[in-house]
Design a binder for this molecule. Structure first.
Ligand SMILES: [Mg+2]
Length: 307
């Protein structure tokens, strides 16, 4: 309706009200839209629950690989969100499903957390690697005494790993040099939305592994359209009548545009209207895919337009 205009809905309330009827389903990013860590972003519970009340379908698409779907659900319900497990699309879940659908019967080397390994356990796939793995003395000692390759490993999944280390990088790249090994990244987010620090995100780790493995990963998360495939296959959503809400243009908004959805950027996370102004000045068609249709300072601001 406002195709790639980044229309500030607060300045156009009448347009915003009529726009609501142009979508049936909403896909929400979580970190930076609904919550920041364990704290709800003001108004997000009310707006999600109200959207459902007026008959919109709401799905939750998160690139965060550190939690399983039941763990996401528990966190959301604790905050007051009306949410069900089958409304959650997480990258750890999608990665496990990806291997299951390809009848993968070997072991996975995981750079990541129990968010990934629990989803692998749920589909009966063996795994190794999760937890601390640091260089005790030096590289020579590690290579000669600590590094034994597991012949059963046939895939590497890379997600967020706070214990990421030189030994982990060496193991992953070595497994990825095997012919026919599968290389999956949960997502490519560069950093976490935090006010005073730069915390490296999964994308930083993925780039490191891709560089030393000399090959590219299959990415499960946004902006890859893989993320919403289950919803499209089951006919649960119609792309042009679906709204994607996110705080990050190069994942959420690009994902929405890649899938043919309408898009709403909220200013409670990574990107804001200043970033969008830069994209608008670009002559590059790919950069224009980062421009949202609409903008709100926070997701909760949508509530006033939901009659
Ligand atoms: Mg986000």
């Amino acid at each position: 309706m406002f195709k790639r205009q980044a229309l500030n809905l607060l300045e156009h309330p009448e347009k915003a009200k009529s726009w609501i009827s142009t979508f049936d389903n909403v896909l929400c990013d979580c970190d930076g839209v609904l919550w920041l860590y364990d704290k709800e972003i003001e108004g997000s519970v009310k707006v999600v629950n109200r959207l459902k009340q007026i008959g919109k379908g709401v799905y939750f698409a998160t690139n965060n690989s550190t939690k399983t779907r039941p763990e996401f659900l528990e966190k959301a319900i604790r905050m007051g969100f009306n949410m069900k497990e089958d409304e959650i699309l997480s990258t750890a879940y999608t990665a496990a499903q990806y291997l299951k659908n390809r009848n993968f019967n070997k072991k996975v080397y995981v750079i990541g957390s129990t968010g990934i390994t629990k989803e692998l356990d749920a589909v009966g796939i063996k795994h190794t690697g999760v937890g601390p793995d640091y260089l005790e003395t030096n590289l020579a000692n590690f290579l000669n005494n600590k590094f034994e390759q597991d012949d059963e490993v046939g895939a590497v999944i890379v997600g967020f790993d706070e214990y990421f280390s030189f030994p982990k990088m060496t193991r992953a790249a070595s497994y990825l040099s095997k012919p026919n090994s599968i290389f999956i990244a949960t997502n490519t987010d560069e950093r976490f939305p935090m006010p005073n620090f730069v915390v490296p995100g999964t994308g930083s780790i993925v780039k490191a592994i891709e560089t030393c493995a000399e090959r590219s990963a299959v990415v499960m998360g946004k902006p890859n359209a893989n993320m919403c495939e289950p919803l499209l296959v089951d006919g649960k959503i119609t792309p042009e009548r679906t709204l994607m809400v996110g705080d990050r243009c190069n994942t959420d908004i690009l994902f929405g545009n890649n899938c043919g959805f309408q898009t709403l950027l909220v200013g409670t996370g990574i990107h804001n209207l200043d970033d969008v102004s830069c994209y608008k000045k670009s002559n590059d068609e790919e950069t224009h895919k980062l421009i949202p249709d609409a903008y709100l300072p926070k997701f909760g601001d949508l509530l006033q337009f939901l009659l």
